[in-house]
Design a protein around this ligand. Sequence first.
Ligand code: NAP
Length: 415
Amino acid sequence: MLQLDTLKPPTEGQRIEVKGGRLVVPTQPIIPYIEGDGTGPDIWRASQRIFDAAVAKAYGGGRRIVWFEVFAGEKSFNTFKTWLPEDTLRAFQHYIVGIKGPLTTPIGGGMRSLNVALRQLLDLYACIRPVRWFEGVPSPVRRPDLVDMVIYRENSEDIYVGFEWPAGSPEANKLIEFVRKEFDWRVRENSGVGLKPMSAFGSKRLVRKAIQYALDRRRKSVTLVHKGNIQKYTEGAFAKWGYELAKEEFADQTITWQEVQDRHGGKVPPGKILLQDYIADVTFQHVLTRPRDFAVIATSNLNGDYLSDAIAAQVGGIGMAPGANVSDFHAIFEATHGTAPKYANQDKVNPGSLTLSGVMMLEYLGWQEAADLIIKGMEKTFKQQVVTYDLARLMDGAREVKTSEFAAAVIDNMP
Ligand code: NAP
């Protein structure tokens, strides 16, 4: 039994475990959740109703999620006087899988982002963002139906490590002086400087996960996106290590674009996944103009950050984009947008991002039937043009509903 200082873990339900290199999910798993700040409680309430209804419908009482509320952000600060209690970290560590709403990032208080703290503690090295379109959802592109991509973004390296110093600081000056003396690199005076570390280990474990996903889900390609034409030994190395990893571990299942041209007349042989790489800048064009060329994208941290919001914009925006941060087994599923505080407690915003993050979580647990019910319920609701304000303002003839009413419609529309 998990011992916590301020929280009482549920007395019912069981812990998800890892045995023999696999996730073992009991019929009543305990899942810690953070409802989130601002609009978090509204979208959490709506999403939780949808998850529970789908699980009940799919398994008729044979399975059930035992929810365990843990705290972070404003609710935590108001109750426990800390933004991120140790108990919350321990609970996510112990129960393996968790879910969270958006959290306020306190500005200027010396507190780093709560999301980053959670990712670092559990070494959640892959940020996964699936992007697909639902019929009826307004889109700025002509063929949103062709958008069906999953982005695997490296989550632990790159400029996000935060190794940077402000212009004029003694540390920046020291670094500038060091590289001048050692390498004859001339950095302009009064420059801010930072490091961008990217390792073979970090890149390969991310690409491994992306290829494994493509194999499990029978997706046709994995595209390594990088800026290696300019940053050869970080971004360029990411692509090189990705190809190396595929050769070392997935030689029978993958084929490179070059091999397809040289040996197969430009056609990917059946049963193989195409492994290709694209420079980041042209990728932003191609995901718009040729979305069908992309299935799974594996990329470095900063590229992935930009790319996932840009692609999400094609299918309804960040109010609809789900996400997960995962390690080999630990996973925290989360709404990808912020707390939208101006709409807090109005029962107004779109719960789609958190709901679809829960769909990812159910798939991760192997509860595909429940996940499918939610997707079907959402598909039908969007087709009926029953939507929250964010989509209603972009549509003609839509029926605008509250967050809770949208949840009720999704539940009603589950087959
Ligand atoms: P935001 O909360 O994402 O909101 C920006 C705008 O996006 C909203 O004003 C709204 O647009 C739209 N939006 C966001 N969520 C929506 C939803 N569920 N349904 C419909 N529309 C939605 O970004 P922010 O205002 O920059 O950030 C507010 C706080 O959230 C900050 O403290 C920030 O640090 C934090 N944050 C947290 C996370 C996280 O926890 N993962 C991520 C990002 C930001 P309209 O005004 O056009 O209606």
